[in-house]
Design a protein around this ligand. Structure first.
Ligand code: GUN
Length: 294
């Protein structure tokens, strides 16, 4: 039986409409406008397209939004002082530095430099630590988006065998952590994390009731690696070519066409996790603006 397609695009649209109404109310009643700055260093095409989508979403919601483009050869010192400027700017409630950064810049220093109260990406160790012990904090946007997708799709997570493929700080580690927590409505799963050191990947993926794939490699999960009725969340965005019109051709980390024949539900690429990541960034920025307003 073919899978139900979990449309992140449709779910994100619904949530953004609700956020937009909240932004208008905040503006009218309290004179507060959420402010987001996205800092882009260099012109990596994937990063340019992500940042453009984030700015477009912020604009559509009525945020005060700034796209701050910096040259590839900006010094680490200059980038750190730029972050300090936005830390001190009362009109800005969210600061996002698009990753990856050029090699001459220490990513860790940059993340540490962002005020944790404006870290709407949820990457600062203060927020990571709070997330791990289940305290209120900015949750990282992609894992947060996955939790919302699972909830909206009505997936029974409590007690499920969840298998995560990938151990990045942005997706794999935080989603594994969130899924084991006793959090409602989505949590309480038994979680296995697979990575490049895993000896027999398909042994693990075949056991999954919920399979979350953030491996960063196109179509590594094929139909023979999953069981009937699995719920698949594909976090991968791989550029595998360009159309004659110059548009990127994308695919996920999952071989969608074959896996959808066995899965109970699956997210597409594009239109699955991606729009949810951006939506959770908007949600965090709105929450931040409310928090700063007191
Ligand atoms: N690069 C890839 N994903 C992300 C993200 O969620 N936030 C930032 N800042 N950079 C990224």
């Amino acid at each position: 039986m073919a899978a139900k397609i979990i449309s992140g695009k449709d779910i994100a649209k619904e949530i953004r409409e609700a956020l937009k109404a909240e932004v208008s109310e905040l503006k009218e009643k309290h004179g507060i406008v959420p402010g987001l700055v996205t800092i882009l260093v260099g012109d990596n095409p994937a990063s340019v397209s992500y940042v453009t989508a984030k700015q477009r979403a912020a604009h559509e919601l009525g945020f005060h939004s700034i796209q701050d483009n910096q040259p590839e050869d900006i010094t680490e010192e200059a980038l750190l002082s730029l972050i300090k400027k936005y830390n001190d700017d009362p009109a800005i409630h969210g600061i996002l530095v698009q990753l990856p950064l050029p090699r001459h810049i220490d990513e860790r220093k940059v993340i540490y430099a962002i005020d944790p109260r404006k870290d709407v990406d949820g990457f600062h160790p203060v927020n990571v630590g709070k997330m791990v012990i289940g305290e209120p904090c900015f949750l990282p946007c992609t894992p947060h988006g996955i939790l919302v997708l699972l909830d909206r799709a009505g997936v029974e997570v409590s007690g499920a065998e969840a298998v995560v493929v990938g151990r990045s700080n942005i997706v794999g580690k935080p989603i594994a952590n969130l899924l084991i927590q006793k959090r409602k409505p989505v949590g309480n799963a038994t979680v296995t994390v697979c990575h490049t050191g895993t000896k027999d990947l398909s042994f693990h993926t075949r056991r999954a009731d919920i399979l979350i794939v953030a491996a960063g490699r196109p179509k590594v999960i094929t139909a023979d690696m999953v069981k009937e009725g699995v719920v698949v969340i594909d976090v991968g965005v791989n550029r595998i070519g360009t159309t004659p019109e110059g548009k990127a051709i994308l695919c996920g980390d999952v071989d969608f066409d074959s896996v959808k024949e066995k899965a109970a539900a699956i997210t597409p690429v594009p239109g699955g996790v991606g729009p949810m990541t951006i939506t959770m960034l908007m949600k965090n920025t709105l929450e931040s603006a409310k928090m700063w307003a007191g």
